[in-house]
Write a protein that binds this ligand. Structure first.
Ligand SMILES: O=P([O-])([O-])O[C@@H]1[C@@H](O)[C@H](O)[C@@H](O)[C@H](O)[C@@H]1O
Ligand SMILES: [Mg+2]
Ligand SMILES: [Mg+2]
Length: 280
């Protein structure tokens, strides 16, 4: 039976690759850096240009589809996920890396229908790695199948996390307390790619056993979540319940065993949900 979303996924792959060319080109120029929620929450004109490139191209082919775009939300658009076909876009995941020419920068495009992610595309622009997943049909990198690590011993594992852009001392204390707890299990190591989407693709590729973070947004993880699941991985909330992509918290792991072991060490805290009503 024909897959009604195949043409949309094909478009996502094509536009992600084109966006990656824009990102690589922009790395050759000076980047005008602006800030959003704080002095360390960076955005550039390239983030904004790439998001508009993706959205305009989709509107031409799929005029009834909806969007959740990081920079559109930053400009005041709603972050509401409905049953409608919705493109969940992070035009540059790893903007701080992009500003500093640190070589892990991704374009992330998730696609949701009836509140279920149907496909995810993460293009690692400088590695030229196209990570894709279609619900129920596996996860791939440049067409090669992905499989999570089979490591079940946390003490033989590498764990990825990020420190985000939250500099509130109480939050930072919990972030570092969780990091200390996990490091002292002990694990083999902790890594930060600087982008949630690439961290999740590293889980899907079997390079790290788990990634966790409190502070992410739905656009950071929508595509990566399906790529992890379709590679045989597990998603969980940082307190062990079902993952909620709007909750700003996630654990993505190769197995429930590793996920539950990580959860035990995390000092969790809550943040306003992505879909919380915006205060006017
Ligand atoms: O802003 P951006 O580069 O698209 O996304 C980034 C995320 O990928 C990362 O996990 C988080 O720690 C950063 O604070 C930032 O949110
Ligand atoms: Mg992001
Ligand atoms: Mg971004």
């Amino acid at each position: 039976m024909a897959d009604i979303w195949q043409s949309a996924m094909d478009h996502a792959v094509a536009i992600a690759r084109k966006a990656g060319e824009v990102v690589r080109e922009a790395l050759r120029d000076d980047r005008k850096v602006m800030t959003k929620s704080s002095s360390v929450d960076l955005v550039t004109q390239t983030d904004q240009r790439v998001e508009q490139l993706i959205i305009q191209s989709v509107k031409e082919k799929f005029p009834t589809h909806k969007f959740i775009g990081e920079e559109s939300v930053a400009a005041g658009e709603a972050c509401d996920l409905t049953d409608s076909p919705t493109w969940i876009i992070d035009p540059i995941d790893g903007t701080t890396n992009f500003v500093h020419s640190f070589p892990f920068v991704a374009v992330s495009i998730g696609f949701s229908v009836n509140n279920q992610t149907e496909f995810g595309v993460v293009y690692s622009c400088l590695e030229d790695k196209m990570f894709t997943a279609r619900r129920g049909k596996g996860a791939f990198c440049n067409g090669e199948p992905l499989q999570v690590s089979d490591q079940e011993d946390i003490k033989q594992s590498i764990i990825a996390t990020e420190f985000g852009s939250n500099r509130d001392p109480e939050a930072v204390d919990k972030i570092f307390s969780s990091l200390r707890n996990i490091l002292c299990i002990p694990v083999h190591g902790v890594r930060s790619a600087g982008t949630a989407a690439i961290n999740m693709c590293l889980v899907a590729s079997g390079c790290v056993e788990a990634y966790y973070e409190i502070g992410i947004h739905v656009w950071d993880v929508a595509a990566g979540s399906l790529i992890v699941s379709e590679a045989g991985g597990v998603l969980m909330d940082v307190e062990g319940g079902e993952v909620d992509l709007m909750s700003r918290r996630i654990v993505a792991a190769n197995s429930r065993t590793i996920a539950e072991r990580i959860v035990k060490e995390i000092e969790s805290f809550s943040l306003p949900r992505d879909d919380a009503p915006t205060k006017h």
